[in-house]
Ligand binder design. Sequence first.
Ligand SMILES: Cc1cc2nc3c(=O)[nH]c(=O)nc-3n(C[C@H](O)[C@H](O)[C@H](O)COP(=O)(O)OP(=O)(O)OC[C@H]3O[C@@H](n4cnc5c(N)ncnc54)[C@H](O)[C@@H]3O)c2cc1C
Ligand SMILES: *[C@@H]1O[C@H](CO)[C@@H](O)[C@H](O)[C@H]1NC(C)=O
Ligand SMILES: *[C@@H]1O[C@H](CO)[C@@H](O)[C@H](O)[C@H]1NC(C)=O
Ligand SMILES: *[C@@H]1O[C@H](CO)[C@@H](O)[C@H](O)[C@H]1NC(C)=O
Ligand SMILES: *[C@@H]1O[C@H](CO)[C@@H](O)[C@H](O)[C@H]1NC(C)=O
Ligand SMILES: *[C@@H]1O[C@H](CO)[C@@H](O)[C@H](O)[C@H]1NC(C)=O
Ligand SMILES: *[C@@H]1O[C@H](CO)[C@@H](O)[C@H](O)[C@H]1NC(C)=O
Ligand SMILES: *[C@@H]1O[C@H](CO)[C@@H](O)[C@H](O)[C@H]1NC(C)=O
Length: 512
Amino acid sequence: MLSLRSFLVASGLPLLLPLVTGSPVVPRYFQRSLFSRGNISVNTVEAELGAQLSSGSLIFGPDDPLWANATSRFDTLVRPDVQVVVEPATEADVSKIVTYCNENSFEFLVRNRGHGITTSLSAFSGIQINMEQLNGVDINADEGTAVLQGGTFARDLVPQLWDAGYVTTTGASPCVGILGPALGGGYGRYSGLYGLALDDILHYNVVLANGTAIGVNETSHPDLLWALKGAGHNFAIVTSVVKQIYPKEIDTWHYHSYVWTQDKLETVFEALNVFHKSDNGTTPPKMGVNYGSIIMNTSVSTTEAVLEWSFYYAGPADEAEEILEPFNAIGAVAEDVFDASYPEVSTLTDGNCQGAPIALASVLTVEYNVTAERELYDLYVANVAQYPELAATAYAWHEGYATAGYQAVPSDSTAFPHREENHIMFFATVVPDGSGLLDAANAWAKDSRDIWNAGQPDRLPAVYVNYAAGHDYETLESIYGYESWRLDRLRCLKADYDPQNRFRFYNPIVQG
Ligand SMILES: Cc1cc2nc3c(=O)[nH]c(=O)nc-3n(C[C@H](O)[C@H](O)[C@H](O)COP(=O)(O)OP(=O)(O)OC[C@H]3O[C@@H](n4cnc5c(N)ncnc54)[C@H](O)[C@@H]3O)c2cc1C
Ligand SMILES: *[C@@H]1O[C@H](CO)[C@@H](O)[C@H](O)[C@H]1NC(C)=O
Ligand SMILES: *[C@@H]1O[C@H](CO)[C@@H](O)[C@H](O)[C@H]1NC(C)=O
Ligand SMILES: *[C@@H]1O[C@H](CO)[C@@H](O)[C@H](O)[C@H]1NC(C)=O
Ligand SMILES: *[C@@H]1O[C@H](CO)[C@@H](O)[C@H](O)[C@H]1NC(C)=O
Ligand SMILES: *[C@@H]1O[C@H](CO)[C@@H](O)[C@H](O)[C@H]1NC(C)=O
Ligand SMILES: *[C@@H]1O[C@H](CO)[C@@H](O)[C@H](O)[C@H]1NC(C)=O
Ligand SMILES: *[C@@H]1O[C@H](CO)[C@@H](O)[C@H](O)[C@H]1NC(C)=O
């Protein structure tokens, strides 16, 4: 459904709308680079930018029926101040939008699927560039690649490739963008075989901070290629990528989930540590991931938390069950087992797509510390008793992706600094509106994170850039790497490619 305004832009008709809200009409040549227009109004942007964009592009403000979806956030505690939404219909439009913003000193921010969870996004105020129309997928079977536009997302891409006989690396969740995760890493069910989502991107078409469009690959701007692979949100807008794809090889994945009572906690984590080294020192590459939570399941107990774990295997049940034998032996109170196509298995994590005000803190670790996990459990049940309003949604989440694919890539070859780590963990809870429990929830998250970090006393705290929540205790080094050359190099590249720090809203390398 298009509003009248959207329609006018879409049809490319010249607009004769008045300039409003006191935006001074100053000839461009009088403007200094940091000239400020004051308020941004949708009418102004339509009048000035609309006619430059290709037909099908949209420009709209808060009165438009499209606004609510276009500005929705997975985590509603993340509050960028979006004044106008611009939705480019072609990649070439992106350059024009950025140039327009620069000429008028409007800030711009890409929104892909709105699942970015860092509160650093709340510092933004300006024009949001929505990517949903840039969702083209072009498979080149001869080359073993696909061209993906910058707004493609897993829910569309995974079945599209599968039906054509291919898979590629993406985030594991159907609701996140491809590039959102890939700019900072991109863990998914194919990481064990093919690496992170960024590892098989061969070429990027990007728009730089000054509006210039360039191609980036090993022979064209290789320095920027390095930065896009791990710190990409700080450097450019990606309008499309050339990504490797792989023949799917199998028809079904095997799924097996378990619910264990808390008395099994030590046994479970010991078994997981063995399992994650069981294939010649690494996680069996086809056991794409196992996810597990310490969580309340009131059908088991109203006072004790349980462990809920699920395993995903790229292959037949008999192969998978052989590897899962130690977990079958533990004795679960409930299990679920089936085989399904990859697109079907991918949508099993659909349940986590729904947004809410969510407090969260995360860590990366090399292995599970059983003592620390028991402490985490004790903290969890104590807080469940103290904060019944949080108990229904609070969980301590553990991810065990297969790592062989991404650990085969040399650490210094990309800006992604965390190839050594095997696990991502986070605590998350919905903070019900009006509950007044935001501080309590944040403290619970931080205490969980501190317990996990204390469980690896020989390592410095590490955070996945895409799970960083914007807390002041998440240092730049913990996100972008402790080797001093990493941040040095990123800052040098920032000075070259984004000297005015236009890209500074997603866990920024350079503040302000
Ligand atoms: C429910 C859920 C599931 C998740 N699952 C996974 C997972 O399986 N694996 C994983 O690795 N991570 C996962 N994450 C973390 C995820 O990587 C980040 O939340 C990511 O930012 C989401 O991208 P998005 O496009 O949905 O979000 P957005 O908020 O739209 O994008 C986040 C930021 O990325 C930048 N950006 C996005 N697209 C572009 C582009 N084309 N060009 C330039 N900049 C761009 C912008 O700075 C934007 O602010 C998950 C997060 C959630 C909330
Ligand atoms: C911006 O908008 C607000 C509210 O509409 C108004 O009070 C203010 O004067 C405007 N500022 C400028 C610089 O136009
Ligand atoms: C908003 O998104 C929801 C869920 O995807 C969809 O059902 C609805 O039609 C969308 N609304 C508009 C106005 O596009
Ligand atoms: C690298 O990028 C340049 C610039 O876009 C392009 O001309 C060239 O074909 C690319 N090379 C490869 C191997 O993709
Ligand atoms: C196991 O790992 C060692 C050391 O990394 C390597 O040399 C050997 O080839 C591996 N064996 C198999 C079967 O993968
Ligand atoms: C909760 O436990 C019951 C067994 O008592 C199980 O059937 C159910 O699947 C569990 N719920 C979740 C969400 O795992
Ligand atoms: C495990 O965690 C405990 C509690 O924080 C800590 O004392 C211990 O040193 C950790 N063990 C290892 C091997 O790191
Ligand atoms: C845009 O920025 C790039 C990288 O800094 C630079 O090489 C290029 O010359 C700039 N283009 C213009 C038109 O200023």
